[in-house]
Write a protein that binds this ligand. Structure first.
Ligand SMILES: C[S@@+](CC[C@H](N)C(=O)[O-])C[C@H]1O[C@@H](n2cnc3c(N)ncnc32)[C@H](O)[C@@H]1O
Length: 262
């Protein structure tokens, strides 16, 4: 990602707005979202704003969502949409690239992702559990370190009768073990696709967010805070002084030592 150090005024004004504000004032092609997603987007994606991220959205529909993301991430962001419906090609523009493909087809992913990498991947496509797992397994290696993979409408996996096994949620639940990869009982922990790259997994109602990193062996750092040891941060020093002041005002004056009787 490139960092835009000085943004033009119009861009700066856009960067001040929340996703909810940009959605409310959107006048382009239609987009549809559940309202509570807006804050979740800000929480997980705002750090990419103004930094020209490479964004992939699965599920283009009428193209409005890509238009909003373009304003949200600002100038220089590179947007790609994927949809199974060839009609979506009409939403392509100078700044938005559209590809037609089935997210449940591993061969499509192998070809499409061959030489591509993304900072953000948003899955708002079929919402079928097995397609989402295919997407997860194929897209993870093409997500840059520091990137985010976000699945929307996960509730659909719970609603659809034919999806009763909900393989997507089962897979994500198991991935919690990948977070603890470095804490095995045995000496040789089993490597998985996620064990050395999964930074975090966050479960919201209907949205699951995975963050990628490059993990190294955990390092335990100890900080000695003995009396008189330096350096002491100004806030810690202030807290110590407050505590000492409180102690001297709260404690009763010490009684003179009683003379022992022989
Ligand atoms: C919920 S709409 C996307 C809405 C859009 N992201 C928005 O926020 O306005 C779902 C889209 O996913 C597409 N889709 C359905 N199954 C798909 C699949 N297997 N692969 C890729 N796209 C698919 C549909 O054609 C539809 O355009």
């Amino acid at each position: 990602m490139q960092l835009s150090l000085s943004l033009p005024k119009r861009e700066q004004a856009l960067m001040q707005k929340t996703y909810a504000q940009l959605f409310a004032e959107h006048t382009g092609h239609p987009a549809h979202k559940w309202e509570w997603y807006f804050d979740i987007y800000d929480r997980h994606l705002s750090r990419f704003r103004g930094k020209a991220p490479r964004v992939l959205e699965i599920g283009v529909w009428q193209g409005g969502s890509l238009e909003i993301w373009e304003r949200y991430f600002g100038e220089g962001c590179r947007l790609t949409g994927i949809d199974i419906n060839p009609v979506c090609l009409r939403n392509a523009s100078d700044t938005i690239d559209i590809h037609i493909g089935d997210q449940g087809d591993p061969m499509f992913w192998d070809t499409f992702l061959f030489d591509r990498e993304f900072d953000i991947i948003l899955d708002d496509g079929s919402h079928q559990s097995s397609d989402m797992v295919t997407t997860l397994l194929h897209c993870w290696p093409s997500l840059a370190a520091g990137g985010v993979l976000l699945f929307e409408d996960v509730h659909a996996c719970y609603l659809e009768a034919e999806d009763s096994q909900n393989i997507f949620s089962t897979t994500c639940n198991r991935m919690i073990d990948d977070l603890y990869h470095f804490w095995p009982r045995d000496k040789k922990p089993q490597q998985t696709l996620f064990s050395s790259t999964l930074e975090s997994i966050t479960f919201h109602d209907s949205i699951t967010v995975l963050e990628k990193t490059l993990k190294t062996k955990p390092k335990h750092v100890k900080m000695a805070l003995c009396a008189g040891s330096e350096p002491v941060s100004p806030s810690l020093q202030a807290a110590r002084e407050l505590y000492l002041e409180w102690k001297t005002t709260q404690m009763p004056p010490s009684e003179p030592a009683q003379q022992r009787q022989p």
